[in-house]
Design a protein around this ligand. Structure first.
Ligand SMILES: *[C@@H]1O[C@H](CO)[C@@H](O)[C@H](O)[C@H]1NC(C)=O
Length: 207
């Protein structure tokens, strides 16, 4: 053994671990969040537009959306009133389910209307790629499936999307009424802050 083997192991460890150090998500310790708030007066609010496809797979052996509740009325309701699913749906760069995933839509939808097939959505977009890796957006809204463009609210966020607000436009790209599988095109307009993140060590990193 000896020192050479130790040094080689140490270098291998550093080389393996170092990519983590360049993640763009700011430090979430209380001290770092406090510093971020203190830097807010110098921050600029900016508009970011995001575009991706939400792959809602209900049928088959590997569904991404699973039923967790229904009411006594659901089976006889033309609008599936009471049906509730939890989903962890891939967000892909194109409409093709096999295209690159850049994150996940994770949350719950319920059929919450007796007058049309309209869902209550309460969910997060969790991004796993590029400069948004590790950041989230939190959304809530009414999603009437029969309408071409549905507006839902971005009510907050984390990481690069701290204090975000905005509008998510959902539009059905493809759907199968029999299987209830669907692909939804999302165009999301987000106001958030473009500010240097001050970490609790006092260093400044540009996001
Ligand atoms: C919908 O899914 C059913 C069941 O898999 C299939 O038989 C049917 O062809 C599909 N319809 C469309 C329009 O894809």
């Amino acid at each position: 053994m000896g020192i050479i083997k130790f040094v080689v192991m140490y270098l291998a460890m550093v080389i393996t671990i170092s990519p983590l150090a360049v993640i763009s998500v700011p430090n979430s310790s209380p001290a770092a969040v406090e510093s971020w708030f203190k830097s807010l007066p110098n921050a600029r609010e900016k508009l970011t537009k995001l575009h991706f496809y939400f792959q809602d797979q209900v049928s088959g052996p590997n569904p991404s959306a699973v039923e967790v509740a229904r009411s006594k009325l659901t089976a006889s309701s033309p609008h599936f009133f009471g049906l509730t699913r939890v989903f962890d749906d891939p967000l892909t760069v194109s409409g093709s389910p096999s295209s690159k995933a850049i994150g996940y839509g994770q949350g719950i939808y319920s059929c919450a209307s007796q007058h049309d097939t309209s869902l209550l959505f309460t969910f997060n977009f969790y991004f796993t790629d590029g400069k948004y890796d590790g950041s989230t957006l939190s959304l809530q809204g009414r999603n009437p499936l029969g309408v071409k463009y549905r507006e839902m609210s971005v009510v907050g966020g984390s990481g690069v999307f701290r204090l975000a607000r905005g509008i998510a436009v959902a539009s059905t790209y493809w759907a199968n009424a029999t299987t209830q599988d669907g692909i939804v095109e999302f165009t999301v307009y987000v106001l958030h802050y473009d500010s240097p993140a001050v970490s609790d060590e006092g260093s400044v990193e540009d996001m």
